[in-house]
Design a protein around this ligand. Structure first.
Ligand code: GLN
Length: 184
């Protein structure tokens, strides 16, 4: 609906997947995976609600659609949102609590190498842009932390990241996601 979807499409195609934009509920049919990109979570949920996509997307993810959520996408998925718009609705499917823009004004954007569990090779370049801060985790697996807070989590077939792999040339996380989406 909004945000950094083109960059994700490029990265997924480079990782061997075919992609399409999801703008109606019909677009959800026969997908192996879905990406909830970075952007502006309030705008995204508002648009999703307006076109009637919020419920169908919730149902599809609940039914096991592989999901990669980055930054605003993580906010949209989170069970609790602090510092959102009043009444900010979301999907509420991921058992974490996030503070929107939680890394603060002074460091709205920064980069840091991240050690990601189970990933071979060098650290992953973490690009953070007004990222949500994960303040609570429930029944999720933490895959990476920065400054003592989770920045990558996995819950079943959902992978959620505070940072933006689609803005780097490192395809490892997209390749991993393509493998996850294909595994069913
Ligand atoms: N601050 C944005 C939000 O809460 C997320 C920023 C991003 O996706 N880069 O929606």
């Amino acid at each position: 609906m909004q945000g950094a979807f083109e960059e994700h499409m490029r990265a997924l195609e480079a990782a061997g997947a075919r992609t399409r934009l999801v703008r109606t509920r019909e677009d959800l049919e026969e997908l192996d995976g879905i990406v909830l990109p970075g952007g502006e979570s309030t705008t995204m949920t508002m648009l999703m609600e307006r076109v009637g996509l919020l419920e169908p997307v919730r149902e599809a993810i609940q039914a096991g659609l592989a999901t990669l959520a980055t930054c605003a996408g993580m906010v949209v998925l989170a069970r609790e949102i602090t510092d959102g718009m009043p009444e900010q609705k979301g999907l509420g499917l991921l058992d974490i609590g996030v503070r929107r823009n939680g890394y603060g004004r002074q460091v709205e954007s920064f980069e840091s190498p991240l050690h990601i569990e189970g990933m071979d090779g060098t650290d992953f370049p973490g690009v953070f842009i007004r990222s949500p801060l994960v303040e609570r985790t429930g029944d999720v697996k933490v895959m990476a932390t920065y400054d003592g807070h989770p920045v990558a989590v996995r819950q079943g077939r959902i992978v959620a990241l505070c940072f933006h792999p689609e803005l780097t040339s490192d395809l490892r996380l997209h390749r991993e996601f393509v493998r996850l989406a294909a595994s069913r």
